[in-house]
Design a protein around this ligand. Sequence first.
Ligand code: HEC
Length: 167
Amino acid sequence: MGVPDLTDRDWLYGSGQVSEIEQTILWGIRSGHHKSRNFADMPAFMTREPYKRYAIDPLTPGEIHDVVQYIFAAQHRPADRTAAARGFALYLNKGQCADCHTTDLRGDNYIGAPSLLDDVGLYGDASESALFASIAYGRSGVCPAWSGRLAPADIRALAVYLHANVE
Ligand code: HEC
């Protein structure tokens, strides 16, 4: 389901400050609330129109394979070097991956684009097929907004608890 681990220091949005966690709980992520975190989705590259927010070209299954090999190589995992070299060009240009995941693959915690360098798999186990599925079919995880359902003081208490609970 792409539900992140809340005990590690790997934050999708922000850097784990209490106020940032509180904002996520208050307004949610892609919750439908106008204040929710909703800056970007993961495009579905194997569809005819991969992204609703702006134009991005589709990728073929072979191109997605090449990009996955590039990510593997960047993570120092065994990879097909020739495919990875092609994937590097796709990452920067046609796929526009760097726009969201940055040129160094560390991700952008302002828009919720995860790092592709660690083996923390938001979706699945960070295997070749898990990465392929995210790139081919897209991702758009949701966290509900709790504003109006929990008391503001309780939301603050939850944020402090989560902040204190990281390993
Ligand atoms: C418009 C911004 C955007 C672009 C362009 C984009 N991504 Fe993403 N990507 C995201 C967001 C946001 C998520 C997290 C989605 C979620 O939280 O549900 C994500 C998630 C992922 C994941 C899942 C990571 C995990 O830990 O499970 C992978 C893999 C990925 N992207 C690879 C790519 C690759 C490769 C490209 C280029 C071919 C690309 N992305 C282009 C925004 C983008």
